[in-house]
Design a protein around this ligand. Structure first.
Ligand code: ADP
Ligand code: MG
Length: 700
């Protein structure tokens, strides 16, 4: 009898032959197969039009062969087969490595389905090593797949989609044996399919509506699990004792008065929220979200100053040394007249500023002494990088941990910092900062266990950056502007997606662009190069030279994204702009327009498609990060906004992030469940699921 535990190898001859590969995909039993959901569904008659495919995605297209050939490469050891394909909307190239037989099977004029990864090469957009299915075979697939929607499974690991479809079909009768973790009343309240139905609808939808229903149900489950763990974490935190930091009103007022600018209302509100959180005696965990240049640092500084005045320590962890060094300089300036010491602790910088004098620790002994002063609590504010947690550094009484650009740190680093308070059994308050504006719905889903402060308002007198989309034929004009600005004494950034030239990507690289600009468009201008392969010393030298105007144009990778405050820079050219997310482009743009000079940002995509154009124009039109993030969410889903943070999330959860209604429903459901059953004692299936999911999903 077929049960959920039946091994895949018992599902028939094909499954048996493939069972080792299927097991590698995590598909060992019927249950695994049923819960291995397709990531997409495609109408087998059409597929994606070639004109609409985007590099970096996986697609399935139906196209006709225009020509095909195979040739050896690198002597006789490798071969390349290539074909030109068309579907009437566009013509593209497909290539296969080491499949010499491939060209022969692709008769000119015949149509096939090609499924695989879209890459960008110097020949344009291409399909790389796609799977090929004869269109006639698809008709058989159709017999399996209900009407005309074919499930397309995620990772395939050398197994064809047909095999996966077949295995899923054989496993399907066991769907009714799945226990539904959702109580009946909740399914009714939120109009959700039963789990068994959702599984059937996901694998073999009869119509598009079925796919939507399956997605909603499966997404709801994922989101509910996430909201339950977030809810539990929040409850735990709100009961966890943490140092009580009184609000020192006099000192705070005089500090604010001493600033060279007036705080914006949002800054004031954020600082106030942090200060009042820290008076409660329970752990604060607040996310400070504000555009680049919105002035988050000063809000953090006010908190740190109150902590220092209460005789506790605070630490600020930044993702790069450049940024840590900048924070150190800023805080030393802010705290010049304060009766406490500020230090920096990174791999290359170990310094302290005491009474306006900077002490650089060079010898091993001096470094040890600085470490000891931190351990003894003589230093109130310590700025650093991950070296703060990785080195054997100890704190005496760390009451506040500030994490800048928090998404750049893993959960592990942050919790290590929190674990270092030096006060037995007490964790410090946590202030996370991000310049990635996150739409409210998404913030609720992702960071629901945190309190949120948004800094939307820009400091007064900021200059708006004029942003333009530059077509390849106008490229010279953009660089002409760079020359003009440099002639006026201004400086410029050129951002490239890669460090070194790469054969297959076809995108601009720093080393190539540097040489190219030096010889051509920017001849005679002093250029510098900045990228992640340079050592900290080299980077520091380049940045110092840029600040000192010894370098006028800085050609760089995305390392300029964070930090880097050069008010004299007024132009930015972003090469290969389509390869960056909208929020990232907005971050780059935030590097200019920081002084009093009119500033210009040029987006120079290396390829155009309607989608690329729409995304670029969104950056041109939307000046503030929050509306751009909303736009990003609508256009590309949450992946682009969350950036690297997304990697661990299951497919359907990712989709659910884009659905504000689903998030609100799941959150409400989770709260209702936790309210009456905080330990999930009466929700056994959910409790088990949660445990399993906790191992997969990284929660903030
Ligand atoms: P971010 O939010 O990107 O970390 P910063 O804290 O680095 O921004 O602030 C950017 C710049 O704006 C700094 O030079 C800072 O001194 C300045 N600044 C901060 N707040 C204000 C304000 N209210 N008015 C004018 N300038 C401000
Ligand atoms: Mg900052």
């Amino acid at each position: 009898m077929l049960t959920l535990e039946t091994p895949v190898s018992a599902l028939g001859p094909v499954a048996k032959r493939r069972s080792a590969l299927l097991a590698e995909l995590g598909l060992a039993t019927v249950r695994d197969v049923l819960l291995h959901f397709p990531s997409r569904h495609e109408n087998f008659q059409t597929g994606t039009p070639l004109a609409e495919i985007e590099p970096g995605t996986n697609v399935s297209v139906i196209a006709q062969v225009v020509s095909a050939r195979s040739r050896p490469r690198f002597g006789r050891r490798m071969s390349i087969s290539e074909a030109t394909l068309t579907d009437g909307t566009a013509e593209i190239r497909a290539i296969w490595f080491n499949q010499p037989y491939r060209a022969k099977s692709l008769q000119e004029g015949a149509s096939f389905r090609f499924s695989g990864k879209v890459t960008q090469s110097k020949f344009g957009v291409q399909l790389q090593n796609p799977q090929v299915e004869a269109v006639a075979d698809l008709k058989d697939g159709n017999a399996i797949a209900g009407e005309d929607l074919l499930p397309v499974y995620p990772t395939t690991n050398g197994i064809t989609q047909q095999t996966l479809r077949l295995v899923a079909r054989l496993a399907l009768p066991a769907a009714s044996q799945l226990t539904d973790p959702l109580p009946e009343n909740m399914r009714v309240r939120y109009a959700l399919s039963s789990l068994a139905d959702a599984v059937r609808q996901a694998h073999f939808p009869a119509r598009a509506e079925d796919v939507a229903k399956a997605r909603r149900r499966i997404g709801f489950d994922e989101m509910l699990r996430m909201q339950l763990s977030i809810g539990k974490m929040r409850r735990l935190r709100q009961a966890r004792p943490a140092p009580k930091i009184p609000f020192d009103e006099t000192a705070t007022k005089s500090f604010v008065k001493g600033l060279p600018f007036t705080l914006t209302d949002d800054q004031r509100k954020a600082a106030w929220a942090v200060l009042s959180d820290m008076t409660t005696g329970f752990q604060m965990h607040r996310l400070l979200d504000g555009d680049v240049g919105s002035g988050k640092t000063v809000a953090a500084a006010i908190a740190m100053m109150n902590v220092a005045r209460a005789d506790y320590q605070s630490a600020l962890m930044a993702p790069t040394e450049i940024l840590a060094a900048q924070h150190f300089a800023t805080l030393s300036r802010f705290f010049k007249r304060q009766p406490f010491t500020v230090a920096i602790w990174t791999q290359s910088y170990k310094r302290a500023v005491r009474g306006g004098r900077e002490i650089v620790c060079k010898t091993k002994k001096e470094v040890e002494l600085l470490g000891k002063e931190i351990a003894d609590g003589e230093i109130a504010v310590v700025v650093g990088t991950h070296a703060l947690v990785e080195d054997a550094l100890k704190f005496n009484a760390l009451a506040l941990a500030v994490v800048d650009e928090q998404h750049r740190f893993g959960v592990r680093l942050r919790s290590l910092l929190v674990g270092k308070s030096g006060i037995p059994d007490v964790e410090p308050h946590l202030l996370s900062m991000t310049a990635t504006p996150i739409p409210r719905s998404l913030a609720l889903a992702m960071f629901g266990d945190l309190d949120l402060s948004l800094i939307k308002e820009k400091p007064k007198g900021r200059i708006e950056v004029e942003t333009r989309l530059v077509l390849s034929k106008e490229r010279a004009k953009a660089y002409e502007k760079v020359r003009e600005e440099v002639a006026e004494g201004r400086q410029a950034f050129v951002v490239c997606p890669l460090i070194d030239p790469s054969d297959f990507m076809g995108a601009a690289s720093v080393t190539e662009e540097y040489e190219n600009l030096r010889k051509n468009e920017l001849r005679g201008i002093s250029l510098g190069m900045l990228h992640g392969k340079l050592s900290a010393d080299e980077k520091e030298k380049v940045m110092a030279d840029f600040l000192a105007k010894k370098i006028m144009v800085l050609v760089s990778t995305s390392v300029v994204e964070v930090g880097v405050d050069v008010p004299n820079a007024s132009v930015m050219c972003i090469e290969g702009a389509e390869r960056f997310g909208l929020s990232q482009l907005h971050q780059f743009r935030g590097r200019i327009g920081r002084g009093e000079h009119p500033s210009f940002c040029y987006l120079l995509p290396s390829m155009f498609s309607p989608n690329v154009k729409e995304r670029m124009m969104a950056v041109v039109r939307h000046k503030d990060g929050f509306s751009l993030a909303e736009k990003d969410l609508q256009m590309r889903g949450p992946g682009d906004i969350l950036g690297t943070a997304q990697s661990g999330f299951p497919e359907f959860l990712m989709a659910a992030f884009g659905d504000a209604r689903l998030i609100a429903d799941a959150k409400q459901a989770a709260e209702a469940i936790l309210e009456e059953d905080p330990e999930l004692e009466r929700h056994e299936a959910l409790r088990k699921d949660l445990k399993a999911a906790a191992e997969r999903v990284h929660l903030e």
